[in-house]
Design a protein around this ligand. Structure first.
Ligand code: UD1
Ligand code: UDP
Length: 362
């Protein structure tokens, strides 16, 4: 059996690490890895392949940046060409990026079955590009691997046949369990930045709704700057955000008050997350990792797909309307603990996915 995996953006490299490792240990299965090239900087791509032992991609399509239509269209054309050549039995896609949509759509049009990991998430906000990507992907997929019960409910409500839906848990939890100790053993980031455990806030921002609106981006920076007067704020800056900070003229506020660093590798990121006293983010993956390491989290959005985290009390939503609101939300969450629970499974998601795809793990 041949499984063709399409990845392209940072969180997808991390997700595929768990599944690819198992697929490589399965008899009679060959994985062909396609990297669309959506993310291409070494610290947004190559570092994850190296640190997480992901095999080098069989194809790197080198698509790069572009408007949604141009980027997705170029991916579609190139992925189709690879599919016609490789003729896989399954196409495996992750999450909700333009690479996810292009992979699923190219396969579905060629009648190649599609498996979608992280199916069923919804923000119910159609202005998010990710909401369009994941909804379309779910509806053209043959196997939908849901990370949570709530995701299963969302899929049922949209009329997806029960036989296609499989609740397996979250592959990011598998990865967190696998690499958590390695991060503690190998990462030097706390020493390098002169940080003591529990003494700083970790922030990441990259959503279009927060970066593309100058007002909101300024509100977030001002809110973080306010808090940074008391607690250092470490901020690994996504390339999209760096461009926006520069073009909206907000980079100075950030530079003066925050500890700005380039995007870090996964092991350094895990270390920064585990030892933060609080995480502020608009990232899906980082919200969950905050919970995996039981660090309270403020999500700078009006809604989240990961509703369980808010219900358990580990996460709170804050729509970043102005700096004061942001600073208040952060201060109110410091030291808070939520309830215990296992909303995203027990770390066996990858194993269940591989088994369901028909692989016998040896
Ligand atoms: C994408 C996903 C988003 C995901 C995020 C993870 C879509 C629509 N969005 O957003 O869902 O949460 O990845 O990080 O697929 N850039 C670089 N170097 C890189 C990568 C990007 O400079 O290595 C720049 C691009 O030139 C572009 C901007 O960052 O100007 C945005 O990149 P893009 O891949 O379009 O979207 P993301 O914001 O990264
Ligand atoms: N991440 C990382 N280095 C960073 C920022 C994030 O390794 O500098 C990891 C983070 O630990 C998580 C994933 O990237 O596993 C989340 O990706 P991102 O925030 O880019 O996208 P999202 O999850 O929102 O789609």
């Amino acid at each position: 059996m041949k499984i063709l995996t399409v990845v392209g953006a940072r969180p997808q490299f991390i997700k595929t690490a768990a599944v690819s490792r198992l697929l490589r240990g399965v008899e009679d299965v060959r994985e062909v890895l396609v990297h669309t090239g959506q993310h291409y900087d070494p610290n947004m791509s190559e570092v994850f392949f190296r640190e997480l032992d992901i095999p080098q991609p069989d194809y790197n399509l080198g698509i790069g940046a572009g408007t949604h239509g141009a980027q997705t269209g170029r991916m579609l054309e190139h992925i189709e060409r690879v599919l016609l050549k490789e003729k896989p039995d399954w196409v495996l896609v992750y999450g909700d990026t333009n690479s996810t949509l292009a992979g699923a759509l190219a396969a579905a049009k060629l009648h190649i079955p599609v498996a979608h990991v992280e199916a069923g998430l919804r923000s119910f906000n159609r202005r998010m590009p990710e909401e369009i990507n994941r909804t379309v992907t779910d509806h053209i997929s043959d196997l939908l691997f849901a990370p949570s019960e709530n995701a299963v409910v969302n899929l049922r409500k949209e009329g997806i046949p029960e036989t296609r839906i499989h609740l397996v848990g979250d592959v990011m939890y598998d990865v967190a369990l696998y690499y958590g100790d390695k991060a503690e053993r190998t990462s030097q980031i706390l020493t390098r930045l002169g940080l003591a455990s529990g003494s700083y806030i970790l922030a990441t921002i990259h959503r279009a709704e927060n970066t593309d609106d100058p007002w909101r981006l300024r509100a977030i920076m001002e809110g973080l700057a306010h808090v940074a007067a008391d607690i250092p704020v470490v901020f690994p800056v996504h390339p999209r955000t760096r461009k926006a900070l520069e073009s909206h003229g907000v980079i100075e506020v950030a530079r003066i008050h925050l500890c700005l660093i380039d995007p870090v590798g996964y092991l350094d990121m895990v270390m920064l997350e585990k030892h933060a006293c609080l995480i502020v983010t608009d990232s899906g993956g980082v919200q969950k990792e905050a919970f995996f390491y039981r660090v309270p989290c403020v999500t700078l959005r009006a809604e989240t797909e990961w509703v369980e985290l808010v219900k358990l009390g580990w996460n709170t939503l804050c729509c970043p309307e102005n700096g004061k609101v942001v600073a208040q939300a952060i201060r109110a969450m410091i030291g808070r603990k939520g309830a215990e629970g296992t909303p995203y499974g027990v770390g066996t998601a990858a194993r269940q996915i591989v088994a369901r795809l028909g692989g016998k793990i040896v």
